[in-house]
Design a protein around this ligand. Structure first.
Ligand SMILES: Cc1cc2nc3c(=O)[nH]c(=O)nc-3n(C[C@H](O)[C@H](O)[C@H](O)COP(=O)(O)O)c2cc1C
Length: 202
């Protein structure tokens, strides 16, 4: 199933394996804690990955305390609840619809990026799209730290938005369990579409 390493890539084979070929979505974790320093190192790496207009709408809530878990767990789907309760660290990844308030006033191609978005229809959709890109970068950053990620979309999103943000201006994109993979942490690799199924050239 896995394709072999290719000489066309400059990233060394071990890093390719760590990030992609050997990495799996994790559904079980060891007890080893995940520190705030690790999460900061992950964010400080992946923040350099691109977003449209440098918008950066991703916001992250780290759910570490028992009280925080109690607020989150009732809103997770049944099949996701136990592993979310047991994971060393859980991150709620959300889009900030008011991201434009944080944009710098000067941007090379749009002189006033904040004004560009202020009255713009579709700003929420833009926030969700750009933050989803950042969420994917974050998942790879977790792998780069030698950890495994268990992203989940099975939850009551409206309830999580209300519980953790409450301002109507944030929408959860995924909840991610983070830690070292435990026993039987992953499912067998599902098939991936081949290059020829996905890529056309005109
Ligand atoms: C956005 C997103 C949402 C997901 N939602 C769930 C979920 O609610 N529950 C679950 O068990 N797995 C969930 N998954 C895990 C996927 O099924 C898994 O990443 C995919 O099958 C690839 O598995 P692999 O990394 O082992 O190859 C989700 C993954 C992503 C990226």
């Amino acid at each position: 199933m896995n394709s072999a390493a290719s000489d066309a890539l400059v990233l060394d084979t071990a890093a390719q394996d760590l990030l992609f070929r050997e990495a799996h979505t994790a559904h079980a974790f060891t007890d080893e804690p995940v520190s705030d320093e690790q999460v900061q190192a992950i964010y400080d790496l992946v923040k350099y990955a691109p977003t449209g207009l440098n918008a950066q709408p991703l916001r992250i809530v780290l759910v570490r305390s028992p009280e925080g878990r109690e607020r989150l767990l009732p809103h997770m789907n049944d099949g996701n609840r136990a592993k979310t309760a047991a994971a060393p660290l859980v991150a709620i990844l959300a889009a900030d619809h008011e991201f434009h308030e944080h944009l710098p006033t000067q941007f090379p191609v749009v002189p006033n990026a904040k004004d560009f978005f202020t009255e713009r229809p579709g700003r929420e959709a833009a926030a969700r799209f750009q933050a989803s890109l950042q969420a994917a970068y974050f998942l790879l950053g977790i792998r780069a730290a030698g950890l495994a990620a268990g992203p989940m979309g099975g939850y009551n999103g409206a309830a999580i938005d209300k519980e953790f943000f409450g301002d109507g201006e944030h929408s959860v994109l995924m909840v991610v369990n983070i830690g070292k993979p435990g026993e039987n942490a992953s499912y067998p690799r599902g098939p991936r579409l081949s290059y020829d199924e996905v890529v056309t050239t005109v």
